[in-house]
Design a protein around this ligand. Structure first.
Ligand code: FPP
Length: 227
């Protein structure tokens, strides 16, 4: 039996380089990247296997970028959630987030809450945006909560406490942009994920390339520690 790509997680890297290569400002790469998010999400919502698509949109480390770029990313996200509401509804995509959005503006937090509420009944696909997300921090928080409650720390109890665990383990983790690292993304849930690194910059990533990766994934031997 071949593997099922139920949960796909993507580290969307390479927006800045895509723009710089074209003599454009980095933010233009993010703008194009947002269009790819829309295309890929629509594609995934019509795919027979994919149930969850988790996208790394803003890491806890991204605050270190110049203020102008951070502000642009916040505005882009806000506009995206507002303007693409119809796309979520048309494709029956439930919108969710992981990460600590407490540091975002109240306007953006409201927009996030509005879209979650508006799409919570949909079940064709769940799109999870990782926003101000860091995996180590999330694991440490879960461990702290268990300790405070005096509960035993086991793989199950800790795994279940981790906020992003509610979307299940990752089957296929893809990173665009050529780097080969996980950058603190879904470390717990990717324990047995198949990893794919592509040199394609995120703004150039297409549903066709995703399809090729899924085909490759289907032929990989997943043993989950067995033989
Ligand atoms: C990495 O590229 C990308 C990000 C830090 C942000 C990801 C954001 C988007 C894809 C667009 C907005 C998303 C939504 C959902 C509206 P980079 O800037 O690190 O690229 P580089 O490595 O070439 O510099």
């Amino acid at each position: 039996m071949s593997n099922i790509a139920r949960h796909i997680a993507i580290i969307m890297d390479g927006n800045g380089r895509w723009a710089t290569e074209r003599g454009l400002r980095r933010v233009k790469g993010h703008e194009r990247g947002a269009e790819v998010v829309r295309t890929l999400t629509t594609y995934a919502s019509n795919h027979p296997e994919i149930e969850v698509l988790t996208l790394y949109a803003f890491s806890t480390e991204n605050w270190k970028r110049p203020k102008m770029e951070v502000d642009f990313l916040m505005r882009l996200l806000n506009n995206y959630l507002k303007n693409e509401t119809e796309t979520y509804i048309r494709n029956e995509v439930r919108f969710e987030t992981i990460g600590d959005i407490g540091r975002f503006s109240s306007a953006l937090r409201n927009e996030i809450a509005r879209l979650k509420e508006r799409t919570r009944h949909f079940g064709k696909l769940t799109q999870v945006l990782a926003l101000n997300y860091g995996s180590q921090d999330e694991i440490a928080r879960a461990a702290k909560e268990l300790c405070q409650k005096g509960e035993e720390i086991t793989t199950d109890s800790l795994g279940n406490r981790i906020e992003s665990s509610r979307f299940g383990n990752v089957d296929l983790l893809i990173r665009t942009g050529g780097e080969q690292r996980l950058s603190n993304f879904l470390l717990w849930q990717s324990a047995y994920a198949e990893l794919f690194f592509t040199p394609t910059l995120w703004p150039d990533f297409t549903p066709d390339e995703l399809d090729t990766i899924i085909e490759d994934f289907k032929n990989r031997q997943r043993r989950f520690g067995g033989i």
